[in-house]
Design a protein around this ligand. Structure first.
Ligand code: COA
Length: 180
């Protein structure tokens, strides 16, 4: 009898390019706000969707959105623009995955491109029973990937601190006011 265990070797690292997502679309009248620019909530939804695909490409498990650091709307996006989202995993903890999303607006008449928004979103990899599951590390290759990866541990520490503060605040907030 063979007592040797056969285990699948753990994947210790994955390149950022393996999680990269590009998604280009148009801005339609229903996507606009009162200022005739792209509605922020619409863009946030697109960001979360692209980022979740990057997270799953990285770990090949189910993931859940744990937090968004911020969505920085740097430039308005107009109806004559196309919107390209690029996302990829920039940093991982034990079970958490940080995804960076860059939103590029291209004026379809002039060809001018600008970075219109950026965001970092954190996902947690989970087993089928919902338990957080360890994820592969990130291997940055390009200068941009290395730059984003370098800041990852600092951002992760800030998120842990913010989470403690959010939990403390939640204990002081009312939940039944609107059901009276
Ligand atoms: C996010 C969630 C899964 C964390 O579960 P948990 O049992 O508290 O997990 P843990 O405390 O063991 O943390 C697991 C990892 O998530 C990270 N994490 C947890 N909350 C986080 C937050 N708000 N922001 C960033 N990272 C967070 C932890 O730092 C830890 O990372 P590490 O393993 O890399 O060190 C849980 O709070 C949850 O289910 N929240 C609701 C998610 C949701 O509904 N999202 C929107 C719809 S998709």
């Amino acid at each position: 009898m063979n007592n040797q265990q056969t285990t699948t070797p753990a994947i210790i690292g994955k390149a950022c390019k393996e999680s990269r997502v590009f998604r280009t679309g148009r801005v339609f009248p229903n996507d606009m706000n009162n200022h005739k620019t792209l509605f922020g909530g619409k863009l946030m939804s697109l960001i979360d969707e692209a980022a979740s695909i990057s997270a799953m490409r990285h770990c090949r498990t189910n993931v859940v959105t744990a937090s968004t650091d911020s969505v920085d709307f740097l430039r308005p996006i107009h109806q004559m623009d196309s919107v390209c989202l690029e996302s990829f995993v920039t940093y991982t903890g034990t079970t958490s995955i940080e995804v960076f999303v860059k939103v590029i607006a291209e004026n379809l008449l002039s060809g001018e491109r600008v970075v219109a928004a950026t965001s970092f979103i954190t996902f947690v990899s989970r087993d089928s029973d919902g338990t957080p599951r360890p994820v592969p590390q990130v291997i940055p290759e390009t200068e941009e990937e290395k730059l984003l990866h370098e800041g990852g541990s600092k951002r992760s520490a800030l998120r842990k601190e913010r989470r403690v503060n959010s939990k403390a605040l939640a204990t002081k907030l009312t939940t039944n006011k609107y059901w009276d």
